[in-house]
Design a protein around this ligand. Sequence first.
Ligand SMILES: *Cc1c(COP(=O)(O)O)cnc(C)c1O
Length: 410
Amino acid sequence: MGVNSVQSGEALPLQGSGILWDPVRDATAMIPLFKVAMSETAPDLVGDVLRSGYIGQGAKVDEFEARLRERIGNPRVVTVNSATSALHLALHLLRGVAAGDGREQLRDGDEVLTTALTCTATNWPILANRLRPVWVDADPETCNLDLDDLERKLTLTTRAIVVVHWGGYPLDLDRLATVLDRAEARLGFRPVVIEDCAHAWGSTYRDAPLGNHGNICAYSFQAIKHLTCGDGGLLVLPDDDLYARAKLLRWYGIDREKPGRNDFRCEDDIPEYGFKFHMNDINAATGLANLGIIDSVVGRHQANASFYDDALAGVDGLRLLERAADRRSAFWIYTVKVDRRDDFMRAMQAAGISVSRVHERNDIHSAVSEFTAPLPQLDELVGEMVCFPVGWWVTDEQRQYIVDTIRAGW
Ligand SMILES: *Cc1c(COP(=O)(O)O)cnc(C)c1O
């Protein structure tokens, strides 16, 4: 397959990109949907940490958080060891927080409105916190949750909402806030919103990165996400109280910043138990190295997506998703809706192009059978949607080949 062979001297995004890659493997493999964006500087930076005698949460984590603070533009950032931990901690933090009606924001058995079209990592923390997921239907124009259905399902038992920015395309956060204003007037309290930003490093809504719109946000630095630490995650908090508590509860509830302890191995009184969710310096050094390439990584995803948007508009049997002018997706994945989707997938795979729906809908798993609800829009959407390669590794030649393959029909 000529399109997959790597020619020397060709203007590839891979060559000279500053990103580690394997020319032999890449020359023979299918065009992949995912690839690890690991900076060439990472082995040295991580090696320094490995040789330093200190690999726990230390100076590298502090430095990584300082850089993330600048990048997001919100000072209240708390690194953790995965987005799953971040989401678990976010829900846990809402216990012990007073809501407008005087009771705790979250208690056992409370309902959390959420989307089923996502990674299980979005929803299993709801179960782990002894809360009840209430599925909101999908918006077929975006793959995000449908705000009309969300508003219909908001009741006195709805204490929190989890949203996902599918593929990095931001949910309409202003419209969500308006829905919540109405709910607050009606219910006497305001459900808290947690944004799962795992797909969305580099996305913006009204020119600001996600993490600046008044909600709790969780980012993922897992292996194949835009910005990788190997594994890692980030909580971005909307207020100082949640920020202070998140820092304590990510590590057993112990205050690491408290000066002048008598015996540094023995902690002071712990008023509230916490978890072992903190990031270590090995992962932070990996993340710091990859901050050096992240803008070109995201930029190339976006450039490839624009190329597809132009080249595929009007193709028979294929529909693009919404593109609103007030937000910018980081295009972790590129999703379209197609007629005869399974035929489309077979044709692409036969041509050496990896395709996938990426996430199975969560509501069909036995683990959540008691929460089943009709989701007619999602039923239709999962029969039409598919993702094909858009990432930084997709060359000019490959993206043209992908477009030509699609235009040739399926
Ligand atoms: C990857 C992913 C997560 C989980 O991230 P981890 O850092 O692996 O825990 C959560 N939500 C979504 C939508 C994801 O794609």
